[in-house]
Unconditional design. Sequence first.
Length: 101
Amino acid sequence: MLIKPGGTYFLITYGDPKVRMHHLTPSAYNWNISLYILPRPGFKKPGNSSSSSAKPCLEAIPLTSEGMLPPDYVLEDPDSHFIYICNKKVGEVAQIHPHTH
């Protein structure tokens, strides 16, 4: 993936961090990742008459050091959209190490 320093890559998917972060975290990419979770349009939390989720969707979700959702994070809508915003670091050069078999 070729993105210049300071550039941004957006990934919008149904894939949660367990299935997406290993694709986004190789050191060769050299970027910071922010995660936002949007419930599907019209999602209603069970037992709630409100038409929207109680959690704000315009705030980044704090991730663990492994890039996963915190253990106490409750995903209210299992069909949420996961938005990964990957910002390429400026001024740092990543070392690419070839895989040895």
